[in-house]
Design a protein around this ligand. Structure first.
Ligand SMILES: Nc1ncnc2c1ncn2[C@@H]1O[C@H](COP(=O)(O)OP(=O)(O)OP(=O)(O)O)[C@@H](O)[C@H]1O
Ligand SMILES: [Mg+2]
Length: 381
């Protein structure tokens, strides 16, 4: 037993005598190629083994012949392990180089092209991570592109919408200036309507840009949805009357909500104007408010005949508007179809309140719902 311990101690000593001075060299190679590092580690292992063997052989007074045999075995296995380390290291280095080349394709048009088969699990994981990053980048770029396109479309649409009333205003102003307008009072009234429309459009644009910039400052207060609906209905009644559409109470439960009353009145106003515009004469638009799953739901249901399924997902998009066939009152009682901003504002305001806005067809028409969080119990005082 003691003999055995002595052998172990001698082998360790021999290995330490060679290994300790070599350790800094291995450390210095840390930042060099992995092939070189592997080779150095294998060389260190072989040298330590040889030194340990020599130390043990000396102490045990092994014959020169026996030592020669042992050293020959050590030398052969050393050569084999060094060759294996070199080969393996070169494979890892080549795999790393290939992955580095592939990594340059992250963010390119074609996307990341993963190398054939990475030589180690770590490189394979890195390759997968790069693939995921590349996928996310492509998605972000696609979103950016879509956003850019819709922004361009919106600007084109708005410019067109602004140009039409402006041209009308200029024509009317010129007619008044030249004294060729017969019914000047009618001209003035018409100009007033156009200016109001322009102002409303600019106001919507401003509101939307604030919402999209996240700069909408809400003034929250505890109000009853009953009052909110009442205010919105009062605002929509003249348009409904002029359009021959009945506004009906579909059941409004007086639930408390903590919202920016002005903004939610605007939401309801936008929904009501849309519903009235989309409903044919003699049709009805119903407003309701109720509690569902701990949320307060405000719903506006119209008689538009349904929105085509393909359009349902787009109605809330900024600047999107349906064709004239679906808006019976375009150019009618309220001075025509809008700029496609109303529902984007509805959704933006709902989301700013941590709520959401949705739409679905109901058969005779469609139903827009705005979900808001219910106000907690009133605080005393
Ligand atoms: N209640 C509804 N019934 C049927 N279609 C609707 C209804 N509300 C909106 N839509 C369709 O969705 C489109 C987008 O509505 P949105 O309110 O965003 O814009 P708009 O009413 O056209 O213009 P704006 O609201 O800016 O004056 C409308 O053009 C219309 O085609
Ligand atoms: Mg609208």
């Amino acid at each position: 037993m003691t003999d055995f311990l002595v052998i172990v101690a001698l082998a360790a000593l021999g290995a330490a005598v060679v290994g300790l001075p070599a350790a800094p060299a291995v450390r210095a190679l840390r930042r060099r190629s992995v092939a070189l590092s592997l080779f150095a580690v294998a060389a260190l292992a072989v040298a330590a083994m040889a030194a340990g063997t020599v130390a043990v052989a000396q102490a045990m007074f092994l014959s020169g012949h026996d030592l020669g045999v042992v050293m020959a075995v050590v030398a052969v296995s050393g050569v084999v392990s060094l060759a294996a380390a070199l080969l393996f290291g070169r494979r890892i280095a080549a795999g790393s180089r290939e992955l580095a080349r592939s990594a340059r394709t992250v963010g390119s048009e074609g996307g990341f092209v993963a190398p054939g088969e990475p030589p180690t699990a770590e490189l394979a994981a890195l390759s997968r991570a790069l693939e995921e990053t590349s996928g996310r980048l492509a998605e972000a770029r696609e979103r950016e592109r879509a956003l850019d396109a819709s922004r361009r479309e919106l600007i084109a649409g708005i410019s067109h919408d602004l140009r039409t009333p402006l041209a009308g205003l200029r024509a009317m102003a010129e007619a008044l200036e030249d004294g060729v307008a017969e019914d000047t009072a009618r001209y003035h009234a018409r100009m007033r309507v156009e200016v109001d429309r322009l102002a409303a459009m600019v106001d919507d644009l401003f509101e939307l840009s604030r919402i999209q910039a996240g700069a909408l400052a809400l003034t929250l207060s505890r109000v009853s949805v009953y009052d909110l609906v009442d205010d919105a209905l009062a605002g929509a009644r003249p348009l409904a009357r002029a359009s021959g559409v009945r506004l009906v109470d579909g059941g409004v439960v007086p639930l408390p909500v903590r919202v920016d009353a002005q903004q939610i009145t605007r939401v309801l106003g936008n929904l009501l104007v849309n519903a009235i515009r989309a409903t044919p004469e003699d049709g009805t638009v119903a407003v309701s408010a109720y509690r569902a799953e701990g949320r307060v739901v405000l719903a506006v249901e119209d008689g538009c005949g349904g929105i085509p399924a393909a359009d349902l997902a787009r109605v809330f998009d900024t600047g999107w508007r349906g064709g004239p066939a679906r808006t019976p009152r375009a150019g009618g009682a309220d001075g025509g179809g809008g700029a496609g901003l109303g529902l984007a504002i509805v959704r933006g305001i709902a989301e700013a309140h941590e709520g959401r806005a949705t739409v679905r067809n109901t058969g005779a028409g469609c139903r827009f719902e705005v979900e808001l969080p219910e106000a907690g119990p009133a605080r005393a005082g």
